[in-house]
Design a protein around this ligand. Structure first.
Ligand SMILES: [Zn+2]
Length: 118
């Protein structure tokens, strides 16, 4: 299954305490369909000290959030947009792209396949 959001994307947060902020996806969990976005959805986490291994303390970490809570900021038109997929065929090669539903530009290549000749 292809996800509309992936690591390295700039996204706008749609809900929660960081609503409206724009940041970068650091991690996509394909199992749960959640993303970790840099400096977004921060929570304090208490970490216990382990003698000789690490110091204890309170750390601020990003909590994963559902993909549906973020929207891609299109690298072409710089607007938050919904993402679509489309397949184009050229010279016997099928290419699947993510594209921006606002400006209709291809964002990046998802995969390419040689057409099977029958
Ligand atoms: Zn666009």
């Amino acid at each position: 299954m292809a996800f509309k959001i992936k690591k390295g994307d700039r996204v706008k947060v749609l809900a929660g305490k960081d609503k409206g902020k724009v940041s970068v996806v650091e991690f996509l969990d394909t199992k749960s369909g959640k993303v970790v976005v840099k400096n977004i959805n921060m929570a304090k986490k208490h970490v216990k000290a382990i003698e000789g291994v690490r110091e204890g303390g309170i750390f601020e970490i990003e909590l994963p959030m559902p993909i549906s809570k973020v929207m891609l900021v299109c690298p072409k038109c710089a607007k938050p947009t919904r993402v679509g997929f489309r397949i184009e065929e050229k010279d016997g090669v099928l290419r699947k792209y993510r594209y921006c539903k606002k400006c209709n530009e291809n964002i990046d290549l998802v995969y390419e396949k040689n057409k099977v000749k029958r």
